[in-house]
Write a protein that binds this ligand. Structure first.
Ligand code: SAH
Length: 400
């Protein structure tokens, strides 16, 4: 494979930022640079402090908050195939328990900066890989990175998602790269439950792998005998886990029409009868009104909205509206019921999220207890020097 020559330039880090890079902060920001030189994305950056002392090497790639990522603290390290091979070997070795587990065939094998290379994630779906590139910069290294991956792991086929247009949005494209194409749907397993996924169907595959532990806990501990309302239900993955755990009924609400056939399929591939469940295409805020009118109440309400969404009827943002969403949910949760409150909104830390929860219960005059708490699962490796990377916050709230 032909390799692209990518230039290396030296950039100076401001005195007040140098210390955080010495401590291992992996994100390169514009504010940290003394001056931002004109350079192409993908350029290798040799970072020095204001007195010219070597700090680290990174690369330039524009991605929402940063302009690149740190790669190594070894000045002599060149960014060749061998460098990436070492990274992938270490990362894949850390997932050995997942590779050895026949009951779980879909998981993350490389998690960006958590595994030493910001801007790239790799998910494993029963022998197929899905690479996600988060900047033009990292994409410049594609041929070297692909060659390195193939040295370390044998795959059935490889797909990619490019997530780097102006707003960091998914670039609509044919995502198949090489090898065999995956069946449509591809059936993966998670803790023994089947999930239908599509590797070449836009930005999302049908399952969010970071919620594995949450699905397992719903199934194993909280679903039995309960009626479940799953809002922002997408393919109904939480509902399938709940049904396996003995939920008496699930109601699935998502504004997207595609959710209906996709949710039916998730039940069907597990030999569960979708007709035994309620699956509807509806704005959740409209649904709450309907539930109030009909005096409906549930034993479990699941809330896992996107950070931001605009529909014909409403604009939702976690930052503004999570409290309202919780209050609507509290109002239709039976005593001793469970609310599963989840968000991947990067602007909230766990503490802030807990405050929003507390406020909502206070406004509704109901008491609660936090019975479970989750952040990212083990395969979504994060590092302590970069707390922002651990974006997932999930609370199980027992409503009194
Ligand atoms: N909880 C899901 C993932 C949710 S993805 C899971 O675990 O698989 C976000 C979903 O929210 C999308 O399917 C989108 O269609 C839906 N959505 C966005 N705004 C909505 C709204 N106002 N009402 C209902 N669904 C909405």
């Amino acid at each position: 494979m032909r390799m692209k020559i990518v230039n290396e330039i030296t950039v100076k880090i401001k005195k007040k930022s140098a210390q955080s890079y010495i401590k291992g902060y992996p994100l390169l920001t514009k504010e940290a640079l003394v001056t931002m030189p004109a350079m192409e994305e993908g350029t290798i950056l040799r970072l020095v402090d204001e007195s010219g002392r070597f700090l680290a090497k990174g690369y330039h790639g524009n991605q929402n908050k940063g302009i690149g990522w740190i790669l190594t603290y070894d000045e002599k390290q060149t960014l060749n195939q061998a460098f990436f091979i070492t990274l992938f070997e270490e990362a894949f070795a850390k997932r050995q328990v997942f590779f050895n587990d026949d009951a779980t065939t879909a998981f993350r094998i490389f998690n960006g900066e958590g595994d030493g290379l910001g801007g790239l994630t790799i998910d494993y779906y029963d022998g197929f890989l899905v690479l996600q590139w988060y900047s033009h910069g990292i994409y410049q290294w594609k041929s070297t990175i692909l060659a390195a991956i193939k040295t370390v792991i044998t795959t059935r086929g490889i797909y990619e998602k490019r997530r780097f247009d102006a707003k960091g949005q998914y670039v609509e494209s044919d995502d198949f790269l090489e090898g065999d194409t995956a069946p449509e749907p591809l059936i993966v397993k998670e803790n023994g439950i089947n999930y239908a996924v599509y590797l070449n169907d836009g930005a999302m595959t049908g399952i969010f792998l970071d919620q594995r532990d949450v699905r397992k806990t719903i199934c194993d501990t909280y679903a039995a005998g309960r009626t479940v309302l799953n809002t922002f239900s997408y393919t109904g993955a939480f509902s399938v886990a709940a049904a396996f755990g003995g939920a008496s009924h699930t109601t699935n609400v998502d504004v997207a029409n595609r959710s209906i056939p996709k949710t039916r399929e998730q039940f069907t591939v597990n030999e569960l009868d979708p007709a035994a469940h309620t699956i509807m295409a509806e704005d959740v805020f409209q649904y709450f009104k309907y539930a109030n009118r009909k005096a409906l109440a549930f034993d479990m309400v699941i809330l896992d909205p996107p950070s931001f969404a605009r529909t014909k009827k409403t604009t939702f943002s976690v930052a503004k509206d999570y409290g309202k969403l919780l209050e609507e949910s509290i109002a239709i949760t039976n005593p001793n019921g469970i609310i599963v409150a989840s968000t991947n909104y990067a602007g909230y830390g766990m503490d802030k999220f807990k405050q929003v929860v507390q406020e909502a219960f206070k406004n509704q005059g109901r008491k609660y207890r936090i019975v479970e708490q989750f952040t990212l699962p083990a395969d979504f490796a994060t590092r302590s020097s970069f707390k922002e990377g651990d974006y997932l916050k999930v609370l199980f709230l027992e409503v009194k």
